[in-house]
Write a protein that binds this ligand. Structure first.
Ligand SMILES: [Zn+2]
Length: 325
């Protein structure tokens, strides 16, 4: 469904079947010269159909169109392969662009089997097939142009700056139009739902990275923040405030949980409060268990980084406990 939301800017809302996010907002910036699409929807038939119908409605010539991917997640990048074949040039942040292509290789997913083990998720019989990103990602590597902070994209009378906003993924990027005060933020800041902050390997203190990116965008003057899910945000500073508050509450909730003794990642996640319709961890669908464990993990590792808790391994399972003071 196409909606004009600003001069030369359209929103294509694409349903994501059986996904708690419900839909993704793909955006299309049109000009006489070239067009830019921002994000795509999953690599699955239903999404492809809705996505293409939107482009037809606007008479978009794919030979004169670029796709810009805000971050690696399959609901944003899934149709990139398809579009590339049709002559669309693909742009992505340098870090996430490389990761999108890595997702086509078995080695990339191998580490998730290892995570299932150390997170104590084998107790739930979780496998890679339950991983939300696995099923609908691109299946073959694509050629893309890597973007970095400060790159300029001039289109339809606008000049968008590429901005690094890592956190939701390691190489998430946004587009900022300073004069018109517009910001395409992907999943960095969302209305009503809190973007998932997951685990991306022990080399990232990803929650800390996310806090810094929230701070960065907080400082911007923005009239319209075009989000990839749910509603467009007009009061972004307020929303940043709420998101920071949410994560601080999460951190203190985890400290309360660890007061009861050591916990694995799974058991930490199982004891946290989630806004899902399931009361018991056992009833969570397996993809939600992945999400919840990743979210628990980013917070646990943050608490380790500020030296309040510590981790240790027992029988190959990772545990966290409060530090003796
Ligand atoms: Zn995402």
């Amino acid at each position: 469904m196409i909606k004009k939301i600003y001069e030369n800017i359209y929103q294509n809302e694409i349903q994501l079947p059986n996904n708690p996010l419900k839909a993704i907002n793909s955006y299309i910036i049109v000009s006489n010269d070239r067009n830019i699409i921002i994000d795509t929807g999953f690599n699955r038939e239903e999404c492809k159909k809705a996505f293409m119908e939107g482009l037809e409605e606007l008479n978009i010539d794919l030979q004169k169109t670029d796709l810009l991917i805000t971050h690696l997640h399959s609901d944003h990048s899934g149709l990139a392969g398809e579009l590339s074949k049709k002559g669309v040039r693909i742009f992505a942040g340098k870090i996430d662009g490389v990761m999108i292509n890595n997702m086509t290789k078995p080695e990339y997913w191998k580490k998730f089997e290892q995570y299932a083990k150390i997170f104590d998720l084998e107790r739930d019989n979780i496998s890679l097939d339950d991983h939300p990103g696995y099923k609908y990602c691109i299946k073959e590597p694509i050629e893309f142009t890597g973007l970095e902070e400060g790159d300029l994209i001039n289109i339809g009378g606008y000049s968008f700056e590429i901005v690094d906003i890592p956190g939701h993924t390691p190489g998430h990027i946004g587009l900022y139009e300073r004069t018109y005060k517009l910001f395409f933020g992907g999943d960095h800041i969302l209305d009503r739902i809190t973007p998932n902050i997951a685990f991306w390997g022990f080399e990232y203190n990803i929650l800390d990275i996310y806090f810094k990116s929230l701070n960065k965008v907080y400082e911007y003057e923005i009239d319209y923040l075009f989000t990839a899910h749910k509603s467009i945000i007009k009061q972004h500073k307020e929303r940043v405030f709420e998101l920071v508050k949410h994560h601080i509450e999460r951190l203190s909730e985890i400290l309360q949980i660890l007061k009861l003794g050591k916990k694995s990642v799974r058991d930490t996640a199982a004891n946290m409060t989630w806004s899902l319709r399931y009361d018991r961890w056992e009833d969570f669908p397996n993809p939600q268990k992945w999400f919840a464990s990743g979210e628990a993990m980013s917070h646990l590792e943050y608490l380790v980084s500020i030296d309040i808790i510590e981790k240790f391994t027992e029988n190959e399972i990772l545990y966290y406990r409060l530090k003796d003071k």
